[in-house]
Design a protein around this ligand. Structure first.
Ligand SMILES: C[S@@+](CC[C@H](N)C(=O)[O-])C[C@H]1O[C@@H](n2cnc3c(N)ncnc32)[C@H](O)[C@@H]1O
Length: 254
């Protein structure tokens, strides 16, 4: 499987090294797969998830690694009051959240909640799904982006002709169960949407490259290998279109 998260985590680990961070909170810790990564970086690990079963899973990983399982608790990124139960809330050096924000309808509220979990000046790294990647997939997501966003307000006849053109050229049945567009975010506009939150010095770090559209006629292994090579393209505009995700990175205002 393509190790997309490891390409995202290298940005986090770079920041740990530069700032000599000691502690990390993992939001949406899931089944605890990243715990060994943070442990290898000598970070004090705390975490939370809003799914109690995932909390149980992560606690088992913590215990297996010789760590205090009470450092992982059940809490919800979208509900600030629940986050007070998370150890190191408000004092951690770094927070990482993979796969959390796509499930938070109030993006500003959730980003603000999560940013306030680090100390002033501390760093957060939050994964978002890249809506612009839809222009690279040539499938249902492409159609949905034109239909719901790009052609909004276009004269009806022109709009219908445009949508017919796209529908006849993309894979309308792929994926069979597309995620709603609200779960995706636009790297060109997201920073300005967050100007009223506690997050500042925002950087966008695209990751999970696709060296060809997902349905291209090439073996999954070959596609993965070619894609991994592209992950070294730092600060490259092509990532805004060829990566299915990006990290929203920034600091808590002092
Ligand atoms: C894709 S998984 C990522 C798991 C883990 N972080 C990793 O990288 O392997 C996303 C996790 O976020 C959790 N999650 C989703 N929305 C959340 C929320 N509002 N608050 C806390 N956790 C949430 C899910 O339950 C799930 O375990």
């Amino acid at each position: 499987m393509y190790p997309a998260n490891s390409f995202a985590f290298r940005h986090v680990l770079d920041q740990v090294a530069v700032t000599k961070a000691n502690s990390i909170i993992e939001a949406g810790i899931g089944s605890g797969q990243a715990i060994p990564v943070w442990q290898s970086a000598n970070l004090e690990i705390t975490g939370f998830d809003n799914n109690p079963e995932r909390v149980t899973d992560s606690r088992a990983v913590m215990a297996h690694a010789g760590l205090d399982q009470a450092m992982v608790v059940c809490a919800d990124a979208a509900i600030a009051e629940t986050l007070t139960a998370v150890p190191n809330n408000g004092t951690a050096d770094i927070l990482v959240g993979m796969g959390v924000l796509p499930h938070c309808p109030d993006l500003q509220g959730a980003v603000d909640n999560l940013t306030r979990m680090v100390r002033p000046g501390g760093w957060v790294f939050l994964e978002l799904r890249n809506v612009l990647f839809s222009l690279f997939t040539f499938n249902r997501y492409t159609y949905d982006l034109f239909d719901q966003v790009m052609l909004e307000g276009v004269q009806p006849e022109v709009r219908a002709a445009g949508l017919d053109f796209i529908a006849s050229r993309v894979l309308m049945d792929v994926p069979s169960n597309p995620a709603p567009l609200e779960q995706f975010h636009n790297p060109l506009t997201v920073a300005s949407e967050l100007s009223d939150t506690a997050l500042t010095n925002i950087r966008l770090l695209p990751f999970h490259y696709h060296a060809a559209p997902p349905a291209a006629d090439v073996s999954p292994q070959r596609l993965d290998d070619a894609s991994a090579v592209l992950e070294s393209r730092d600060d490259d505009w092509r990532g805004l279109l060829m990566c299915s995700a990006f990290l929203l990175a920034g600091q808590r205002r002092s």
